[in-house]
Every structure is written in structure tokens, then in C-alpha cells.
Design a protein around this ligand. Sequence first.
Ligand code: AVJ
Length: 311
Amino acid sequence: MDLPTIQNAALLKSALEGLNSTPKGLESKWFYDNAGSHLFEEITELEEYYPTRTELAILTDNAALLEKYVPAASVLAELGSGASRKTRVLLDQFTQLAAYLPTDISGPFLNQVAQQLRHDYPRLTIDPIVADFTSPIPLPAKYADTAKTAFFPGSTLGNLSRDDAISLLSRIRKWNNVTGFILGVDLVKDTQILLDAYNDAQGITADFNLNLLHRMNREIGAVFEVNKFAHEARWNDAASRIEMYLVSLTDQTVPIGPKGIKFSKGETIHTENSHKYTRESLSEMAALSGWGVSEFLTDADNLFAVAVLTP
Ligand code: AVJ
């Protein structure tokens, strides 16, 4: 087994904590190693996974309106930027920007994307920041006095509990000179549409979920037999969220950490929550965080929304 690096020491700690809890769980931020980031990009192209293309269409249709909320010589800071594919719609429109600050937890993926953006937007400063949006984002001091727009698309907010979502909204509200927040949120809708989006026919979402086990094998010396676990997605109506699990297909003990972890057949590891919102539920969370909802832009089928929050 390789010596743990600082990064996988954090994974080891989080994994042992989560897998020794009852019920078992893993933090969903661990999905996004290099393999997981690429699998997520594949998910965004699936027929069943409507959020990405729907949000992209909303952003495209409303780019000129969104531009009105973005001051001249300001910066656009994105949380969890991934491939920054949707951001290109904004970068094409927001020619007044001084800089784009993509932030992502996956350093190698982020730097790859930043290089490509520098090539495609030669007149724009691209300042990538390796950061985990569940903690305060370390914005470079040189931007302290610059007007800032936060961009958090993809309904990634939905991964957070209500309390953590309100904390995140509040932290961004306290950024020096923040002038707006463009926030993508997935909406409550027909349950079958939601279940299909998280359990696609090609099994890419299953691979994405199971990659957590491969990752623990690669990075912290765990020995999961990945074919002895299965992907499952459920709708939790009371909490208004999709929940993803890895289900143990047999009684088993998995070598990991000092003792190994026991699973009984049918036991689950809760790996993700993906909250779905209404205009009302989002407005309430925004108000509790010191924001007003200036725009709530949706598609014709009300699948997804892009909100513009202002101080
Ligand atoms: C990146 C959190 C928005 O919740 O839809 C996709 C992640 N998980 N399929 C989501 C995800 C399973 C995604 N977010």
C-alpha cells in the first residue's frame, strides 16, 4: 500500500468515520477524483439526465438578461466548476469581466480545464483555485475590492443539507463586494423522471457511484470487491431529495483501516443526497441567508431553474 498523501489521509479519515457509523455513509465530495469527474461528465450527456442540458438552455436563452447583473471589470467565481462547460455561455456574453475564477476539488482536472479556457479566451484572466465549496473559498487577496458574481450551477447546492446550504449561501453573501449570485437548482417534479435521471439505462450513474469503492481501493488501501455492491437511487419525499446508496449484495467484511468493515447482505452505504427545490423553498433559504431572489428563470417544462440572488 502506498503511503497516504495529505489528500488521501483526509479520505481515509472520512471513510472510516462514515463506514463505522450506523447507518453507513460516505461524503459525496469523494465522487470527484479524476475518474469520477470524467464519469460525471458522461452522466451530463445522458438522455435521462435532464439537468445539464436544461440549465444550459436556460443560461443560453437568458445570457443577455444575466449580463445586466454583472458589473464592468468584475470577477466571476464559480463553485465546483468541473469542466466549466456551462460557464462558456456566460464567458461568451460577459465580455466586461476582469477574470474568471473556477474552483474545484479536483486539482488535475481543474488545471486541465483552465489551460483549455486560457486558449479559448485569450483576453480573459483565468485564475483557478483548488477548493472544496463546503469550506470557505480562499479568494486571492488581489480581488478583495473587486465586484464579484458567484456562479454555482448544476444544482450542486442540492448535495448539501438544508443547514449546510444556508451556511454556504450566507458565506457567499459575506464576500467583500459580492454583487450577485447566479444559482442553478433542480426542481421538484414527477418522481419517475427523477428516479430515471439517477438510474440510467447504460449504468453510468452506477459506475459513478461504484467509483467510490474503486477510489478507496486505489487511494487508501481498501479491498472492496466492487462486484459485491450495487447502485441504488431512491426518492425521499419528506426530505424532497434523491438519495443514492451502494447496497452490499452479500454478508462480507471489507479490509480497510485497522479492523475491516462488516456489511450484512442488503446493508447500504448512503453516498449522496440531491435535494430538489421549489421557488418557495429556495426563496426561503435565500432570505434566511440575506439574499433576495431577483430572477427565477425556468424552462418550459419547469424541470430546472436558474435563480439570480442579489444582496
Ligand atoms: C453534481 C450534485 C448536481 O445531484 O444531480 C449526478 C451529481 N449524482 N448523478 C446531482 C449526480 C448522480 C449531481 N450534482
